[in-house]
Write a protein that binds this ligand. Structure first.
Ligand SMILES: Nc1ncnc2c1ncn2[C@@H]1O[C@H](COP(=O)(O)OP(=O)(O)OP(=O)(O)O)[C@@H](O)[C@H]1O
Length: 280
């Protein structure tokens, strides 16, 4: 269990233990703060250029849960891929805790819609994959996978292979596998898009539980307005032609998100407003 405690906790503990100014400074270092400034993305082919993103400015705070919504083709995935370091920006900058993003890194975990588990590995082995690459010992890896199997409530399936799991279970493993690297940020591109309605609701509740426990910054993409409101602290609405931010909304709902909040007047009012904005 020790192995999966967050760095911030370690820092706080060491600050308390040592009581030194330096240790206290370490304890307040932001973790998982994304700053995007003047971001432009142009896709170039031999014959043409396509401006996918224009003038994107967005800051996402430590432990914040931010969702991006917008019409198909407005550049949501492009933006997420650039933050992941999987795609290059044309102009501007993206930093994570002050460090420029120049490529993929284990501190940014990704979960996509398609199931990206290794079919030849068991659930436990999939979760331990990242820590194994990092050279973490077998004992510590076991502690990490035990912790996350519990978090995603799949202890009984530790030895199962992905093909033996339902879609929702596979996505739970994908989330655990991303979290096992102890990322500062979880980047999620329509992770529940392929699930049936009931499983999707269950996954949303599970994700919020995980987010509360693990205190990771989350940048989430969805087409589903209900999902965006239910999950997020802030919603960023993008428009197309070229991809840009139209408006951001603070979600003023109780921190404790239970299914009842979907009936609250604030929820319904925001849903109406987002619906109107996305119609144009
Ligand atoms: N590798 C590429 N080369 C050229 N154009 C691209 C490339 N990848 C994406 N695009 C274009 O950039 C635009 C933004 O694509 P992106 O996938 O980011 O949109 P999106 O908002 O995530 O869409 P969706 O909601 O349908 O997933 C689209 O018009 C797409 O055709």
């Amino acid at each position: 269990m020790e192995a999966v405690k967050r760095e911030a906790n370690y820092d706080e503990q060491s600050a308390n233990a040592k009581g030194s100014t330096r240790a206290k400074e370490l304890a307040v270092v932001p973790r998982g703060e994304i700053v995007i400034r003047g971001l432009h993305k142009v896709y170039e082919t031999k014959k043409s250029q396509f401006e996918a993103l224009k003038n994107i400015d967005l800051s996402i705070g430590t432990n914040e849960f931010v969702t991006i919504v917008g019409p198909s083709g407005c550049g949501k995935s492009t933006l997420l891929r650039i933050v992941a370091g999987l795609d290059e920006l044309t102009d501007g900058s993206v930093t994570l805790d002050g460090d420029e993003v120049i490529g993929p890194g284990a501190e940014r975990g990704m979960v996509f819609q398609g199931y990206t588990l290794f079919p030849w590995l068991t659930v436990r082995e999939n979760i331990e994959y990242g820590p194994k690459l990092k050279g973490i010992s077998t004992l510590e890896r076991r502690a990490i996978s035990n912790h996350f199997l519990k978090v995603i409530k799949l202890e009984a399936f530790a030895s199962a292979y992905p093909k033996q799991l339902s879609g929702g279970m596979k996505q739970r493993v994908a989330i655990a596998r991303a979290l096992a690297n102890r990322p500062k940020v979880l980047l999620m591109d329509e992770p529940f898009g392929a699930l049936d309605a009931q499983t999707k609701l269950e996954m949303q509740e599970m994700l919020l539980e995980v987010w509360e426990k693990e205190k990771t910054t989350v940048l989430f993409i969805t087409h589903d307005i209900d999902e965006a409101i239910f999950l997020s602290q802030r919603i960023v609405v993008m428009g197309a032609g070229p991809g840009r931010i139209l408006k951001t909304f603070d979600v003023e709902l109780p921190d404790k998100r239970t299914s009842e909040i979907r009936e609250l007047p604030e929820f319904l009012a925001l849903k109406r407003e987002l619906g109107q904005l996305l119609k144009h």
